[in-house]
Design a protein around this ligand. Structure first.
Ligand code: NI
Length: 168
């Protein structure tokens, strides 16, 4: 299990670099990320969230798409936009509707370095965009209006304070 970094941890806003070595260490990292995502009951987890400033994320949309994206690039987006209530393992307890394109085409490499392209819609398209944002110093709350973002930060802080008090 890896530690999941949360809002306030600088690594979430650190620039990421491309993955260049497709070796055993990468495979171990990806396995650990899948395990950590499952344990946290998440549908996606990106490198920066586990303190790794590299371009990779894992996804499980629970509809059969369990995949790892390394060095992903969104190369196309559908014109149609839509709302979806997003959450994030780095902001437990915080949910807000985000408007994004409903379809994306993403190019990436698998854990062996093999290139692939996916045309995604539905939940998979949503997760890919959310996780890809993590690789570009962006959390879903950064896509909200300044007022809504501030409100979500307050919700997060309030929740965490309560948690800490309970833990004593
Ligand atoms: Ni997230």
């Amino acid at each position: 299990m890896l530690d999941i970094y949360r809002l306030g941890d600088e690594v979430l806003y650190a620039p990421t670099v491309k993955v260049t070595k497709f070796d055993g260490a990468l495979r171990m990292l990806v396995d650990a990320m899948f395990e950590t995502m499952d344990e946290a009951d998440g549908v996606g987890l990106a490198g920066p969230q586990v303190g790794v400033s590299q371009r990779l994320f894992v996804v499980d949309d629970r509809q059969g798409n369990r995949m790892c994206f390394i060095n992903p690039e969104i190369i196309g987006t559908g014109v149609e936009m839509g709302p979806y209530e997003e959450g994030c393992l780095s902001l437990p307890g915080v949910y807000h509707t985000v408007i994004r394109p409903l379809e994306v085409t993403v190019q990436a490499q698998d854990v062996n370095g093999k290139a692939f392209t996916v045309n995604a819609s539905g939940l998979l398209a949503r997760i890919i965009q959310h996780e890809n944002d993590h690789l570009h110093e962006k959390l879903f709350i950064d896509r909200l209006s300044p007022e809504d973002r501030e409100m979500m930060v307050r919700v997060y802080e309030r929740r965490n304070k309560t948690k800490r008090r309970k833990g004593k």
